[in-house]
Design a protein around this ligand. Structure first.
Ligand code: SAH
Length: 380
């Protein structure tokens, strides 16, 4: 099919923004899920998918006229893999939707297995081609789908999860640097593991020294805890998810790292604890998917920072993350500033860390930046 944009709306597409909203379309010709996009004067702009129900009507897949077939997906996956060469892990995100010109599709590799997530109606219709391409290029032992998230409804799709190919190994053991982790790809959060924190786990390992007291709030399956524990720190991980804590303990055991894990509400723990720490890591869940919920993330950052700043030693550090586009770095810094002045302790911002290589942040697509972590050091 062909889609013609309203006058003036072509500019953002020429500047590599990958989405067209429904109210930007002047007219449509034909039907289908693959569409050629034109400006109001009939000049070709891009090739992509058309979603009949979603607010995001068109998503760019290519800037050339080409066939969207198995070969197209094979080429895209190969390109994505070559960008990721050199990642010191057998688990990483092979394709991150728009960031890899595969809008609506996420492909994660966990050792010899693959987990995918399908986020758009047209990508759902293209799933067989995607699956065949994955089998040919990656040659996994299994492909599992984790499309069990609510956002699919806007696309007219139901949440779904299930095995698409091969024999499932669950939990699956992955290797990341010197560590091994057990990943539950069926019941775990996201597709099972926080692949996007890989570089930050390394960062934490680089700042931890023997004997430090480290608190890992929202520890999930122990990612940060293990990296800190490996340096000889005394580590406590706190989370509410019993299954995750069980895996965290198992992960500590198989790596020969000592760390304690506690089932407790992290917001209450940081408020109630009588201990003081050298490092507090706080990686709360994405509580804001929409603009309206933005206030609750601001509040969470302020509250975690406020109580952390009261429980840190001099020169102690707070490493705090948010994982939603709704929260900007500037807004996080503002909340840290407010919390520090409320507590009466001066801080300095040592580092702002964003997403790793396998979750590319495109400046032409601001929505692709969701993960921000700030390392703040208490000065007095
Ligand atoms: N830092 C982790 C990922 C954290 S994801 C990693 O790198 O692997 C967020 C975690 O917060 C989830 O494990 C979830 O179970 C937990 N969680 C959500 N609300 C919580 C609360 N109020 N108290 C403690 N944990 C909570």
């Amino acid at each position: 099919m062909r889609i013609y944009l309203k006058e003036g709306r072509e500019k953002k597409i020429k500047h590599f923004y990958p989405w067209v909203f429904r109210d930007e379309i002047k007219k449509k010709e034909g039907t289908g899920i693959i569409a050629e996009l034109y400006d109001s004067e009939g000049n070709f702009l891009a090739l992509g998918t058309y979603s009949p129900k979603s607010r995001i009507a068109f998503r760019v897949l290519s800037y050339e006229k080409e066939e969207i077939n198995e070969n197209f997906f094979k080429r895209r996956i190969e390109e994505a893999l070559s960008l990721r060469r050199g990642i010191d892990s057998d688990a990483f995100r092979v394709a991150f939707s728009e960031s890899d010109l595969l809008s609506g599709l996420i492909i994660d590799k966990y050792s010899k297995g693959v987990v995918i997530q399908v986020r758009s109606y047209p990508m759902e219709s293209l799933k067989e081609k995607v699956l065949n391409a994955i089998l040919e290029v990656i040659k996994p032992t299994f492909v599992y789908e984790r499309s069990d998230f609510k956002g699919r409804e806007e696309e007219g799709l139901r949440p779904f999860k299930g095995l698409l190919y091969g024999e499932l190994e669950n939990p699956i053991e992955i290797r990341e640097g010197e560590f091994r982790f057990l990943v539950d790809v069926v019941k775990g959060l996201k597709t099972g593991f926080y692949l996007d924190q890989r570089e930050n786990r390394r960062y934490i390992q680089s700042i931890v020294k023997e004997g430090m007291k480290v608190l890992d709030l929202f520890c999930y399956t122990g990612g940060f805890s293990l990296y800190a524990g490996s340096k000889g720190a005394e580590v406590l991980g706190v989370d509410l998810n019993e299954d995750a804590l069980e895996l965290a303990r198992e992960n500590a055991r198989i790596n020969g790292v000592s760390a304690e894990f506690l089932k407790y509400n992290a917001f209450n723990f940081i408020e109630e604890t009588k201990e003081v720490y050298d490092l507090i890591i706080a990686d709360p869940p994405a509580i804001a998917k929409t603009k309206k919920e933005k206030e609750s993330v601001k509040w969470a950052v302020w509250k975690l920072a406020y109580h952390s700043f009261r429980k840190l030693k001099r020169y102690g550090r707070l490493f705090i993350c948010t994982c939603t586009y709704q929260m900007s770095v500037e807004e996080m810094v503002r909340q840290l500033r407010l919390a520090s002045t409320d507590v009466g302790r001066r801080i300095f911002i040592k580092s702002v860390n964003l997403q790793p290589l396998d979750h590319p942040y495109l400046p032409t697509f601001p929505e692709s930046l969701y993960l921000k972590c700030i390392d703040a050091i208490v000065l007095n």
